[in-house]
Design a protein around this ligand. Structure first.
Ligand code: BGC
Length: 778
């Protein structure tokens, strides 16, 4: 209390007469400000203000709540030096803050935009940048400074509970989409935090799991996306992940946070921990993890004690303080931006509605079942999810939105007729099921966790025959939800018996009457499709499309927009076909901290540690190289129209390859096309390289029927490099490379021969495993 009064008087200038005025951030140099700081102030500044007053200073309890309720954290204010608190808030699909405030009749809802996976499935960097602009505007206008997004961990296995927040199994797609998102957000003068750096590919025991992995897989797969994002978009901050990498916590890892991130990639921003991540605050400071969030008293004590005992050199603390101050200097709070608390939610609803349509992937469309156009007016709407649509995943990636447009509402808004009796049956059933499926309050973070979905309702023969008589088409939605803290179970990947039964009976009844069946997948991660995809006539992978989801899906079904999304990951035939499945915690007890202990004598594989034995063979790199069939390949997605590819050519100038091809819309609908450039290296078997790798992609503008555009894709010679562990270098092997231009990883339209000369780039010899990882080889 006394301290508070002291600061108040100082801030008011009442005490300034007692001595020379203290340097002020922004007016005086950062060095002078640091010079005027006490050790205690420095220690406070590098840890957050605490979630429940745990930061080591009771005077800052509730800072976050006071500034922006529901934000994830704030930095420590030091008014006497002109240092304000700044606000950090989640997360990828929109800003996550509390929508309702005590004693305040106003509301603070944010727009729930599509999940990360959907945004990536657009393969449209301009569109993602536009979405980022809108999200960033809400960050600014609701008084936050840094958005804790984007999340770009690799989709290593379909069961990771947070894949919906992430982009792809491929690092190029992840990095390019993340960079576009960062540019969009930061164009508002607010910051981002690219996360979770790095190798946070499972939720099971995420706070302690040790990812045992080779430097090659790290560099080529798990770090590459972050490298692209850092170099192409200069994010204000990077968030270190919870897990260990080769025996050291990411947040305590100097190799990762300093040698790689700063020395090799020239990152100039600030590094923040994931919330409560890591153990040893001194090691974190030394590693270059500048700020610890949300802040704990023992971290404060460790830092003070560390400096006093000499374990932590004060110059290192000063270095980190400097980075925190440099971040603060850029923020709206520092610039005293007068935020409105009134972003244009209507305009953003239109942005989310449009952007969501572009990331939907048409998986199947026999005999032009879609679009409905004028063929369809009455729809038999099945599946609980049709009526209870899923906007996004749970946990910190969720958004407190004002509404979700269900598929029912979306279809009705567009003038389709839905049978009221069937609707009433479903609504009654869902209400009863939801009463049974309450969150498991024995779990520490239950309110952030996914609630089980209703078991699917199987229509009776009577209901089915009534619907067949009345409707022009049947539409069945299958839903999945997942989120932070827990990985998905195998049963979540598979269809349940009830879901299969529903699909079978609806398909049988409608097909018998010559009517068609469409499946909509309202999911956040990959599910099994191989066993049932023959049943319906069309399958639209709608992902979780944000708060306007039902409208967006309807825009695609109706034909208002032709789908142009492509898969950023493979849909395997079976879960165990995925190379990482032998080293993933299948159905493990899913509590983050359950095994967060030092005693490794009883280590449990895939819980305490995970061996990345599939190495660089993630996703299509594995399926292609090891000749495995898949259900839907990486890069795949149909359109309502058809494109022809002609006149491929390649030019090289100063180590930059320009690949061009003419793309012509030869179908009946307007549409956009994603052009994908894969490269197949020489001596792939001897060098243990994947069959092919994506090296560039672009998306055309919307092409009218008959219209042609030239797509140009660029890459550098160094983009062709593989990581050689023996010499710790990026090496481009000389030889004849095949440049493959495709519309998916399996549908190659043109092949170009390119002779390449060798290039070698030396790196630091870092991030090595302590035990040998038995990696698979071609
Ligand atoms: C999540 C982060 C998030 C942070 C703050 C953590 O549990 O892993 O992604 O930004 O919480 O909410």
């Amino acid at each position: 209390m006394k301290k508070q009064l002291f600061y108040l008087l100082l801030a008011a200038g009442v005490l300034s007469a007692c001595g020379p005025a203290a340097p002020q951030l922004g007016k005086d140099s950062v060095e002078d400000v640091i010079g005027a700081m006490t050790l205690e102030e420095k220690a406070h500044l590098v840890i957050g203000t605490g979630m429940v007053g745990t930061s080591g200073d009771s005077t800052v309890i509730g800072t976050t709540k006071k500034l922006v309720p529901g934000a994830a954290g704030t930095t420590y204010p030091i008014p006497r030096l002109g240092i304000p608190a700044i606000v950090l808030a989640d997360g990828p699909a929109g800003l996550r803050i509390d929508p309702i405030r005590e004693g305040d009749s106003a509301t603070y809802y944010c727009t729930h935009f599509p999940i990360g996976t959907l945004l990536a499935s657009t393969w449209n960097q301009d569109l993602v940048e536009e979405v980022g602009k809108s999200i960033g505007n809400e960050v600014l206008e609701y008084g936050a400074d840094v958005l804790l997004a984007p999340a770009l961990n690799i989709h290593r296995n379909p069961l990771c509970g947070r894949n919906f927040e992430y982009y792809s199994e491929d690092p190029l797609v992840s990095g390019k989409i993340a960079a576009a998102y960062v540019r969009g957000i930061q164009s508002n003068g607010v910051g981002t935090s690219i996360k979770h750096f790095a190798v946070n590919n499972q939720e099971t025991n995420r706070n302690a799991n040790d990812a045992r992995i080779t430097p090659r897989a790290l560099r080529e797969i798990y770090l590459k996306g972050f490298e692209i994002a850092v170099k192409e978009s200069a994010p204000w901050t990077v968030m270190s992940s919870y897990n260990h990498i080769n025996g050291t916590y990411a947040s305590e890892n100097t190799d990762l946070l300093s040698t790689l991130l700063r020395d090799e990639w020239n990152f100039e921003g600030m590094v923040v921990t994931d919330w409560f991540g890591g153990k040893d605050a001194v090691a974190q400071m030394i590693a270059g993890n500048d700020m610890l969030q949300p802040g704990r008293a023992n971290q404060y004590d460790m830092i003070i004690e560390g400096v006093k005992s000499g374990k932590l050199d004060e110059s290192i603390l000063n270095r980190n303080v400097k980075r925190v101050l440099e971040l603060i200097l850029q923020t709206p709070h520092f610039k005293e931006y007068k935020y409105s608390n009134k972003p244009d939610l209507k305009a953003h609803a239109a942005v989310t509605r449009q952007s969501a349509t572009e990331g939907m992937v048409l998986l199947k469309n026999n005999n032009e079942t879609l679009p409905f156009e004028r063929k369809v007016r009455n729809i038999a709407l099945f599946g609980c999810t049709s009526y209870d649509f899923i906007a996004g995943g749970t946990g910190s990636g969720n958004v407190n939105r004002a509404y979700t447009v269900s598929l029912l509402d979306g279809l009705k808004n567009a003038g389709y007729q839905i049978d009221e009796a069937l609707k009433a049956d479903y609504e009654q059933y869902i209400e009863a099921e939801n009463k049974k499926n309450t969150p498991d309050s024995s779990q520490p973070f239950s309110r952030f966790m996914p609630v089980p979905r209703p078991t699917e309702l199987i229509p009776t023969t009577k209901v089915l025959s009534e619907q067949v008589a009345k409707a022009d088409v049947a539409l069945v939605t299958l839903g999945r939800t997942s989120g932070e803290f827990v990985d998905r179970n195998v049963s979540d990947f598979e269809l349940s018996e009830e879901e299969l039964q529903l699909l079978k009976s609806v398909s049988q009844a409608f097909h018998a009457a010559g009517k068609k069946v469409v499946v909509v997948l309202n999911i956040g991660g990959v599910i099994e499709t191989a066993s049932w995809k023959k049943l319906p006539d069309a399958i639209l992978l709608a992902w979780q499309a944000g708060q306007e989801g039902g409208n967006s899906v309807t825009d695609v079904l109706s034909g208002k927009v032709s789908p142009s999304g492509k898969l950023t990951m493979t849909f395997p035939n079976k879960l165990m076909d995925v190379a990482s499945s032998t080293n993933f915690p299948m159905d493990a007890r899913a509590n983050t901290d359950v095994r967060n202990k030092e005693d490794k004598s009883s280590s449990v594989k895939n819980v305490d540690y995970t061996d990345y034995e599939e190495d660089i063979f993630v996703g299509y790199r594995y399926f292609d190289s090891f000749g495995k069939q898949v259900s839907y390949p990486f890069g795949y997605g149909l359109s309502y129209t058809t494109f022809e590819y002609v006149n491929p050519s390649v030019k090289v100038d100063n180590g930059i390859y320009s690949v061009s091809i003419d793309v012509k819309n030869v179908g009946k609908f307007a549409g956009k096309e994603v052009v994908q450039l894969y490269v197949s290296a020489p001596n792939r078997f001897q060098m243990n390289k994947p069959e092919k790798e994506l090296k560039a992609f672009t998306k055309t503008k919307e092409l009218r029927p008959g219209e042609t555009v030239t797509a140009t894709l660029k890459l550098n010679t160094t983009d062709l490099a593989s990581y050689d562990e023996a010499s710790s270098s990026w090496v481009v092997d000389a030889g004849n490379y095949k440049f493959l231009i495709g519309t998916s990883s399996k549908d190659i339209k043109a092949v170009l021969d390119v002779d390449v000369v060798s290039v070698v780039e030396k790196t630091n010899d870092i991030l090595k495993p302590q035990e040998t990882v038995n990696t698979i080889k071609r």
